[in-house]
Design a protein around this ligand. Structure first.
Ligand code: GLN
Length: 313
């Protein structure tokens, strides 16, 4: 199937924005000091169809740091390089049921990471990037994510410096992984690359193009460039389904019926396989770290556009 025709899509995307713009619940993340300055009223939606047609509303062109949404795309690059099976064996793909920065999730599993969408598994995934030096690995990462977006992405140096100065917990997780032999490069360098990847600036529109590339079997529907194989997209979407929304991943799948990935700066991407990508941006988060307005708008659009992958008719 395809998305409904473009006028209907535009109408529903506009409607979703109007419906939820007034919701004022949730809290802007402040554990990374630079994120605390975000305007809680920002609200943007972008939908990019698998044929490249896009619908942007509100603050869809406002730049913000990608944060954990980067995990989906770095995982794609690593699966493309090493093969899905090899990555699955090392990283895992089951939910932890615990917060994204959990240390206990590692301790409970003898140091094995559970999935690539929480910090421990994401650090291990970043450590698997190809490249002889961290400069080479970074170039693989930034050129790969840029190909998903269809434009060259750059780091927000202020967000990077702010997180680098306060990311002792991620440094500790990387060291703990090292002690178990479940990180595959230097833990300090890996944490630095991970912190940079989280600081890449994107807009909701960029994220919708990136999500649409996953929806389109790995071909960017705007640039027409093949970024990863279709098999890699299936692997990424399965990982998003089990753990893209942290400990709310099951509830998300039950109410929205689509793979998604959130980040603490307030972005969420959602993929309708074969149909298109949706991105929402609204900084206030719920207790699990997922954007409140983003979840409401995505649920509305999944229902309005008939996107639930579990629906038989
Ligand atoms: N950079 C953030 C961190 O590691 C990303 C977390 C997130 O978006 N959930 O804490």
């Amino acid at each position: 199937g395809e998305l409904p025709d473009r006028d209907r899509v535009r109408g529903f995307v506009d409607d979703a924005h109007a419906r939820f713009a007034g919701v004022d619940d949730g809290f802007v993340a402040d554990y990374i000091p630079a994120l605390a300055a975000a305007d809680r009223h920002l609200f943007g939606l972008s939908m990019v169809a698998a044929d490249g047609v896009s619908h942007d509303v509100g603050d869809a062109h406002h730049p913000f740091s990608i944060q954990s949404i980067s995990k989906a795309f770095v995982y794609a690059l690593v699966c493309q390089e090493l093969g899905h099976e090899a990555v699955l064996d090392r990283i895992g793909v089951d939910g932890t049921g615990l917060p994204f920065d959990s240390v206990m999730a590692l301790e409970l599993n003898a140091g094995a990471t559970m999935n690539p969408m929480v910090n421990a598994g994401a650090l291990a995934t970043t450590s698997l990037l190809p490249g002889a030096t961290s400069v080479d690995k970074w170039e693989v990462l930034v050129s790969g994510l840029s190909a998903f977006a269809g434009r060259r992405l750059v780091v927000d140096e202020e967000v990077y410096a702010s997180e680098a100065a306060t990311n002792q917990r991620n440094q500790a997780i990387a060291r703990l992984l090292q002690s178990y032999g479940t990180i595959y490069a230097d833990p300090t360098e890996t944490t630095d690359i991970y912190t940079r990847q989280c600081s890449l600036l994107v807009t909701a529109h960029d994220l919708a193009v990136m999500a649409a590339t996953l929806a389109d079997g790995g071909v960017n529907p705007v640039t027409r460039e093949r970024v990863v194989d279709a098999a890699v997209c299936r692997a990424v979407l399965a990982a998003l389904a089990t753990s893209g929304l942290y400990e709310q991943s099951g509830r998300w799948l039950a109410t929205i019926g689509l793979p998604g990935k959130s980040g603490v700066s307030g972005g969420i991407i959602t993929v309708a396989p074969g149909k298109g990508g949706l991105a929402t941006f609204s900084p206030p988060l719920d207790a699990a770290g997922n954007s409140v307005r983003g979840r409401l708008a995505t649920r509305y659009l999944s229902q309005a556009l008939g996107l639930n992958i579990f629906a038989s008719a």
